[in-house]
Write a protein that binds this ligand. Structure first.
Ligand SMILES: Cc1ncc(C[n+]2csc(CCOP(=O)(O)OP(=O)(O)O)c2C)c(N)n1
Ligand SMILES: [Mg+2]
Length: 1019
C-alpha cells in the first residue's frame, strides 16, 4: 500500500509538472530571457539528488496490491494453475513469470519499483499531454514541440527496454490499465497510448476533477479497438459530406460574387452535426437550439436544419416580401446569413427532432447567452426537469471563441442552478485564422479553446479532414452531455479554403498557408479515397450520390425563381394569436380585483411561524402586512411584489434575475429571506397557490456579468409570451457592459428578425450625490435608439392607437408604486410584446411621499386610480393640485420625469408656487402626445419648461424637445425656442464626484424651475 500511495502522489506531482511543461511548450517567446530572471534559490549549495537504488519487483511482497486485487489475483492464479488457457494470455504470461520461473525469465522479473513508477508517469503524461502530439492540423503547418514527458527516454527507458514486458498494475482507474492485461511490452504500451491519444483526436480531460467523469472518458478514449463504422454507416456519412461540399460548390457557381461566408475547408462540420443530432435524439433529446456565426450558416440551415433549399436560393437572389402580406409589417429585414428559423427534422433512426437556429447580429458570440437562455426557457415550459430533452448547441469561430469575453461569461452560467441547461455543446470551427489575423496575434493561449479549461468540461481537438474521427467526437460529446449534463467543447481543426468571404484575397496576408491550401485535397476527396481503398464503395456508387445531390440542387434552384414565402415563420406555437405591429390590439386594464389583491398581499407578507428572519427584515414584513391591512402607504418593493404575485396567480411565469436581486442592491426587495438560525431560505412568492411549481416565480442572483446575463434573460423571454422576464442592473450605469444586447437585439430584434420580446430591464438611476458611476442609467442612450418619429404625431385615439406597437420599445421613468405595478402588468396584459426599459428609482424606494394606496391597484370604479378608461398605467401624471380643465392663471408648466418631481414639488410648497403646474412624463417613449397636448391646453398661458436633473447632453432633454415642439406646434403654442430648459449644464461625466457640488447643483436647478422670473434658458 505504501508503494501504491507514493506512486499516486508522484502521479499527482507529475500532473502538475506536466501542466507546467505544457505551458512551457507554448510556442510563445518568453518575455524575459531566462538569464535575466533572478534565481532566488541560487544560494542553495548545488548537490546532486540522491539516486534511489533499484529494487527488483520480485523482491516485493504482495502488499503493493490492495486487498481486493490480491484476492482477485489469488483467485486468478488458482484458475490458471488448473488450466493456463483459461485466463487471458497476458495473465498467463504474468503467472509464468511470477510463479516459479521468475528467476530464469528475462521478462518482468527485472522490473524495478522505479521503472514501475516511471511507467505510470509515462502513461499519465500521455493522458495529460498526449493531445500535444496528436495530428490535429490537416495542413500540417502547426509547429508544436512535443513535450519531453511523452518521450520514454525521459523516464530512463531505452530501445533495449521496448520488448521487455512490464507489469502495469490493476488500477481502480478505467481505461487500458484496467483491461485485465497487467503485463505488456513497453512497445505495446506506447503503441496503445499513441493510438489513443495522438491520432486525429487530441483529448483534454485530465483537468476534470470528478473521478467518475474522468474514468468514463478514459474508458471511451483508451478502447482496445479503434472505432470503426460499418459500410452502411459510412455511406450515410459520405452522403452527408457530399451534401455539405456540393452545397457550397453550387452556391459558388450560381452566385460567383455573393458573400456567403462558405464552409469550404470545414465541410465535415455538417456530417458531424447530423450524426451528433441523431445520437442525441437516440439518447432522448427532442429539441435543439442552435446559435452560430456567419461561417457555414447557410450550409447548416440547408443541410442540418433543413430550411427548404428553394427558399435559401430565393433569398440569395434578393428574395421577395411575403405575397399575402404586401404592405404589412416586414421590418427592415436582415442579411441572409443572420436569419433564424426552426424546423422539425427526421433522424436516422426515424425519430423527429425540433431544431431552431436563433437569429443573430454580426457581433460574434453575442448570441451565445441568448441561445442558452432560450434553451433554459424551453426546459421550463416543457417540464424538462432532467434537462435531457432540450439541448443548446453553439458554433464558434476560433478567433471569436478566444477573443470575445461573452464566451467566458456564458460558460460561467453553465453550472449555476438558475441558469444551467444541463450542458451546451460547443463546436469551434477552427480554421486557424480570423479574417486576416493569425492565431499568434489573436490569442495568448495554445489552443483557441483554452478558455473552456476554466470549467470541468472535456475538450476534443479533432482533425477536420478525418471524417470518421469528427463523427466519433461529435457522438462522444452528445453522449457525455446526456450522461453528465455539462458542457463539452469540440475544436474542429480545419482551414479556410478561400478568403474571409468569397471576394476576399487571403494570400495578401497568409501566403504560405494558402500555398499549402491550394494543393490540399478536400475532406470529401480524402474520405472518398479512403472508402474506395477500403472497398466500402465503388467509383460508380460515389458518382451516383453526386448526381443525386446535384440534380436536387438544380431542381430546387429552378423552383426558387417563383418561390414565395407564404407564411411568417416568426410565430412559434406559444405565440399564436399575438399581434404584429400593424395589427390593432385592444388596450387592456391592469387593475386587479380588490379581494384578490388583499389575499395575495397577505400571502406575500406572511412568513411561516417557525421561520426566524433577521430582526430588521421581520420589521419590513410587518410593515408590509400593515400596508396591505390598512391599504395605505404601499411602497415600491411591495408594489413590485404585488405585480409579480398577481401575474403568477393568473398563470404567468415570472423570472427576475441580475446581480443581488434577491435582497435588492438597495436592500429594499427582500424577495428571499434567510432564517437566522438555520440559514434556510424562504421566498414568499413561491407560496401563492397550492403546490406551486418552485420555478413559476424565480428570483435569482446572477453571476457578476451584464452581457451574458442580460442575453440569457432575453433568450428566455423570447420563448414564451406568457412570462414576465426581468433583468435588473445593479446600477443603471453597468448596463453599458451589455450594450450589444440593447443595440443589436432589444432595440432592433423585432425589426430585423420579426421576433418579439417583452423583456423588462430595470436600470436604477437618480442624482443623489453618489458620484459619476452611480447616478445615471444613461436614459439618453435608450431614447436615442427609440424609433418614434419626433416630427409626426401618430394616431392617438385610444381604440385605434398602435403607437406602442409601432415603436421599437418603451422607456419609462415611473414615480409611483402603483404606476410601477401597472406598467409591469401591462407587459403581459396585451396582445403583443415589447421590450420595456425602466429607468428605476433608488431613493424613491424609501421616500416618504413615494407611496400609493391599495385603491390605486384595483379595478374599482370611483377609486383614485380609475379614470375614464379604467385602472391602468398612467403615461403621464398630471399636476396633483386638482386643476380644472382650463387654468389660465398658471404661469409655468414644468414637465419632468422621475424622482426630481418630488424635489420640485417640495420646492413649490416652500415657495408657495401655486401658479406653477408640475406634470410627470412617466412614459418617455413612445411620447404621450395626446396627454401632453391635454396639459398644454389646460395651461394656455403657461411658460413651458422641461426640467431634468441630468446634464443637458444627457437625460431625456434631446428626446423630449423635438417631440414636445411637434405637440406645441400642432396647437399653435410655439416652437423650439419656447421650450425652456432647467437642468445641469453639459458635462462629460454623468455627475460630479463632490457631494457638496452635487447638493448645490441639485438645489440650484430645483430653485430655478420654481423661480418667479421667467426662464430664458437656453434661448
Ligand atoms: C464582435 C465582432 N467584432 C468584429 C467582427 C468583424 N469580424 C467578422 S468575421 C471576423 C473574424 C472571425 O474569425 P473567426 O472567429 O476565427 O471566424 P471565421 O471567420 O474564421 O470562421 C471578424 C473580426 C464581428 N463580426 N464581431
Ligand atoms: Mg477562424
Amino acid at each position: 500500500m505504501v508503494w501504491f500511495r507514493t506512486a499516486t502522489n508522484i502521479g499527482r506531482l507529475a500532473i502538475r509538472r506536466s501542466l507546467a511543461q505544457a505551458s512551457h511548450h507554448a510556442k510563445r517567446p518568453h518575455l524575459l530571457p531566462a538569464s535575466t530572471v533572478r534565481g532566488f534559490h541560487s544560494t542553495f549549495p548545488k548537490c546532486a539528488a540522491p539516486v534511489p537504488r533499484p529494487v527488483p519487483l520480485s523482491k516485493l511482497t504482495d502488499s503493493f496490491l490492495d486487498a481486493s486485487s490480491s484476492v482477485y489475483l489469488e483467485e486468478l492464479q488458482r484458475t490458471w494453475e488448473v488450466d493456463p488457457n483459461s485466463v487471458d494470455e497476458s495473465w498467463d504470461n504474468f503467472f509464468r513469470n511470477f510463479v516459479g520461473q521468475a528467476a530464469t525469465s528475462p521478462g518482468i522479473s527485472g522490473q524495478t519499483i522505479q521503472e514501475s513508477m516511471r511507467l505510470l508517469l509515462l502513461v499519465r503524461a500521455y493522458q495529460v499531454n498526449g493531445h500535444m502530439k496528436a495530428k490535429h492540423d490537416p495542413l500540417g503547418l502547426e509547429k508544436r514541440e512535443i513535450p519531453h514527458d511523452l518521450n520514454p527516454e525521459f523516464y530512463g527507458f531505452t530501445q533495449a527496454d521496448f520488448d521487455r514486458e512490464f507489469f502495469i498494475g490493476v488500477w481502480s482507474m478505467s481505461g487500458f490499465l484496467s483491461e485485465n492485461r497487467p503485463v505488456q511490452t513497453l512497445r505495446s504500451i506506447i503503441n496503445r497510448l499513441e493510438q489513443a491519444y495522438c491520432g486525429s483526436v487530441g483529448y483534454e480531460y485530465m483537468h476534470i476533477a470528478d473521478k467518475e467523469q474522468c474514468n468514463w472518458l478514459r474508458n471511451k478514449i483508451e478502447t482496445v479497438k479503434p472505432r470503426e463504422y460499418n459500410a452502411e454507416r459510412r455511406e450515410v456519412i459520405l452522403d452527408r459530406l457530399i451534401w455539405s461540399t456540393q452545397f457550397e460548390n453550387f452556391l459558388a457557381t450560381k452566385w460567383t460574387a455573393a458573400k456567403r461566408f462558405g464552409l469550404e475547408g470545414g465541410e465535415s462540420l455538417i456530417p458531424g452535426m447530423k450524426e451528433m443530432f441523431d445520437r442525441a435524439s437516440d439518447l432522448g433529446v427532442e429539441t435543439i437550439v442552435i446559435g452560430m456565426p456567419h461561417r457555414g450558416r447557410l450550409n447548416v440551415l440547408a443541410n442540418v436544419v433543413r430550411k427548404p433549399l428553394r427558399q435559401i436560393f430565393n433569398e440569395f437572389s434578393g428574395g421577395t416580401k411575403p405575397v399575402e402580406e404586401q404592405g404589412l409589417y416586414t421590418g427592415t429585414g436582415d442579411v441572409k446569413y443572420h436569419l433564424g428559423t426552426s424546423y422539425d427534422r427526421p433522424t436516422r433512426s426515424g425519430k423527429m427532432i425540433h431544431l431552431s437556429l436563433v437569429a443573430n447580429p454580426s457581433h460574434l458570440e453575442a448570441v451565445d447567452p441568448v441561445v442558452v437562455g432560450k434553451t433554459r426557457a424551453k426546459q421550463y415550459h416543457s417540464n424538462d426537469v432532467d434537462r435531457k430533452k432540450n439541448m443548446g448547441i453553439l458554433i464558434h469561430g476560433d478567433g471569436s471563441f478566444a477573443g470575445q469575453g461573452v464566451v467566458y461569461e456564458t460558460l460561467h452560467l453553465s453550472a449555476l442552478p438558475n441558469y444551467t441547461t444541463g450542458g451546451t455543446i460547443h463546436l469551434v470551427v477552427n480554421n486557424q485564422v480570423a479574417f486576416t489575423t493569425d492565431p499568434r496575434a489573436g490569442r495568448s493561449s495554445d489552443y483557441c479553446t483554452d478558455v473552456a479549461k476554466s470549467l470541468n468540461v472535456p475538450i476534443f481537438h479533432v482533425n477536420g479532414d478525418d471524417m470518421e474521427a469528427v463523427v466519433h467526437v461529435f457522438e462522444l460529446a452528445a453522449e457525455w452531455r446526456q450522461k453528465f449534463h455539462c458542457d463539452a467543447v469540440i475544436d474542429i481543426v480545419c482551414y479556410r479554403r478561400f478568403g474571409h468571404n468569397e471576394i476576399d484575397e487571403p494570400s495578401f496576408t497568409q501566403p504560405k498557408m494558402y500555398q499549402v491550401i491550394r494543393n490540399h485535397p478536400s475532406s470529401l476527396e480524402i474520405y472518398q479515397n479512403k472508402l474506395l481503398k477500403l472497398g466500402v464503395i465503388t467509383k460508380e456508387g460515389i458518382e451516383a450520390i453526386h448526381n443525386k445531390v446535384n440534380s436536387i440542387l438544380n431542381e430546387e434552384f429552378i423552383n426558387s425563381k417563383d418561390y414565395v414565402t407564404n407564411r411568417r415563420d416568426w410565430l412559434s406555437a406559444y405565440w399564436t394569436g399575438f399581434k404584429s405591429p400593424e395589427q390593432i390590439s385592444r388596450v387592456r386594464n391592469t387593475g386587479v380585483n380588490p379581494e384578490i389583491i388583499k389575499r395575495v398581499g397577505q400571502a406575500i407578507t406572511t412568513l411561516p411561524e417557525t421561520f426566524k428572519p433577521h430582526r430588521a427584515v421581520k420589521k419590513i414584513f410587518d410593515l408590509r402586512a400593515q400596508m396591505i391591512e390598512t391599504g395605505v402607504g404601499i411602497d415600491w418593493a411591495l408594489a413590485e411584489a404585488l405585480a409579480f404575485a398577481t401575474l403568477v396567480i393568473e398563470g404567468n411565469h415570472v423570472r427576475l434575475s441580475g446581480q443581488d436581486v434577491e435582497r435588492g442592491t438597495f436592500s429594499h426587495r427582500h424577495s428571499v429571506l434567510h432564517d437566522q438560525v438555520t440559514g434556510d431560505r424562504y421566498c414568499p412568492l413561491d407560496h401563492l397557490i397550492l403546490n406551486q411549481n418552485e420555478e413559476m416565480f424565480t428570483v435569482s442572483n446572477s453571476s457578476l456579468s451584464e452581457f451574458a446575463v442580460l442575453g440569457f434573460e432575453l433568450g428566455y423571454s423570447m420563448e414564451n409570451p406568457n412570462s414576465l422576464v426581468l433583468w435588473e442592473a445593479q446600477f443603471g450605469d453597468f448596463a453599458n457592459g451589455a450594450h450589444v444586447m440593447f443595440d443589436q437585439f432589444l432595440s432592433s430584434g423585432e425589426s430585423k428578425w420579426l421576433r418579439q420580446t417583452g423583456l423588462v430591464c430595470l436600470l436604477p438611476h437618480g442624482y443623489d450625490g453618489q458620484g459619476p458611476e452611480h447616478s445615471s442609467a444613461r436614459v439618453e442612450r435608450y431614447l436615442q435608439m427609440s424609433d418614434d418619429n419626433p416630427y409626426t404625431i401618430p394616431e392617438m385615439e385610444p381604440t385605434l392607437r398602435k403607437q406602442i406597437q409601432e415603436c421599437n420599445w418603451q422607456v419609462v421613468n415611473v414615480t409611483t408604486p402603483a404606476n410601477y405595478f401597472h406598467v409591469l402588468r401591462r407587459q403581459i396584459h396585451r396582445e403583443f410584446r415589447k421590450p420595456l426599459i425602466v429607468i428605476a428609482p433608488k431613493n424613491l424606494l424609501r421616500h416618504k411621499d413615494c407611496k400609493s394606496n391599495l385603491s390605486e391597484f384595483d379595478d374599482v370604479q370611483g377609486h383614485p386610480g380609475f379614470d375614464m378608461q379604467g385602472t391602468r398605467f398612467k403615461r403621464l401624471i398630471k399636476d396633483q393640485n386638482n386643476h380644472s380643465e382650463r387654468e389660465e392663471g398658471i404661469r409655468r408648466l414644468v414637465l419632468c420625469s422621475g424622482k426630481v418631481y418630488y424635489e420640485l414639488d417640495d420646492q413649490r410648497k416652500k415657495v408657495d408656487g401655486k401658479d406653477v403646474a408640475i406634470c410627470r412624463v412617466e412614459q418617455l417613449c413612445p411620447f404621450p402626445y395626446d396627454l401632453i397636448q391635454r396639459e398644454l391646453k389646460r395651461y394656455p398661458n403657461a411658460e413651458i419648461v422641461w426640467c431634468q436633473e441630468e446634464p443637458m447632453n444627457m437625460g431625456a432633454y434631446s428626446y423630449i424637445a423635438p417631440r414636445l415642439c411637434t405637440a406645441m406646434k400642432a396647437l399653435g403654442r410655439g416652437t423650439m425656442e419656447d421650450i425652456k430648459y432647467v437642468g445641469r449644464n453639459t458635462s462629460a461625466a454623468t455627475a460630479t464626484g463632490f457631494y457638496s457640488v452635487h447638493l448645490k447643483e441639485q438645489a440650484g436647478l430645483v430653485e430655478k424651475a420654481l423661480q418667479s422670473d421667467p426662464i430664458n434658458y437656453p434661448y
